[in-house]
Design a protein around this ligand. Sequence first.
Ligand SMILES: Nc1ncnc2c1ncn2[C@@H]1O[C@H](COP(=O)(O)OP(=O)(O)OP(=O)(O)O)[C@@H](O)[C@H]1O
Length: 284
Amino acid sequence: MSELSPEQPSNDKTQIAAQALHVQFGRQHVLRDVTIEVPQGQTLAIIGESGCGKTVLLKSLIGLVQPTSGHVVYDGQVLDNLNDKQLTELRTRFGFVFQNAALFDSMTIADNVAFPLREHRKIKLEEAYQAVREALSVVGLPSSVMVKRPAELSGGMRKRVGLARAIIMQPEILLYDEPTTGLDPIMSDVITELILRTRDHTNVTSIVVTHDMSSAMKLADRIVMLYPLARLEKDEPQIIFDGTTAEIQKCKDKRVAQFLRGEAGERLQEMRDQFESSRMIAAM
Ligand SMILES: Nc1ncnc2c1ncn2[C@@H]1O[C@H](COP(=O)(O)OP(=O)(O)OP(=O)(O)O)[C@@H](O)[C@H]1O
């Protein structure tokens, strides 16, 4: 395995670290100088308004997005020093819960959940299905769903299947992209509880990208808030808050407080201005 070449994260127990991460697509800069160290067992919520780069950060952490500069260090290994085989092996230690559950429509729930096991471990079908039953029971689903297909389940059930598939490999780290989006408040709370339960049972490190402040406040040990680069001056940091749930409630930064209160602030005026200018262009 490759040795750590950039600076060693300061915390010995750091499981994953983004070091001075910069991501750019064409001319659009999305992440600038983002540094976060996540200790083993921590549950970190990444919040921030739509388009600020939360998902890009999450994808960079598992090597699905290549940073323009900077590094991701996982358990002492720099991701960009790994070849494809090593990266694939490393990813088996990660569980990723996608925003839309990303299930295969043509497969049964049993085969969807068993998929990573069958892909990465030489395991008999019956053994895999036993692991599926256990993973489903952890997320509160009966084994009777195993024969169904994703289209036959509700959105909340599909999210739970996505979580079952992520935990079946007993990952060291779980990354969630908007796990409660599109769910009613009760089902959102169920998913939040499941994330907590999974963390408590397995001591897994969890990184949760979310807009859902009530979920973030309930599950996070730590909250990091990103701000869109387009709204920042060149020398302003993109991480505008990094602290506990208690600290964020006392945070004096207007941008953080507005986000917590769900206020649109100057965005409404900007939308009105855009509307007016497009009306004027149309009238010309
Ligand atoms: N593969 C890509 N190619 C080009 N641009 C991209 C790509 N992935 C993301 N972007 C752009 O990067 C910016 C940040 O996207 P990202 O999905 O990380 O936002 P987000 O904070 O997760 O937003 P949301 O909360 O709406 O999901 C957006 O402007 C998006 O269009």
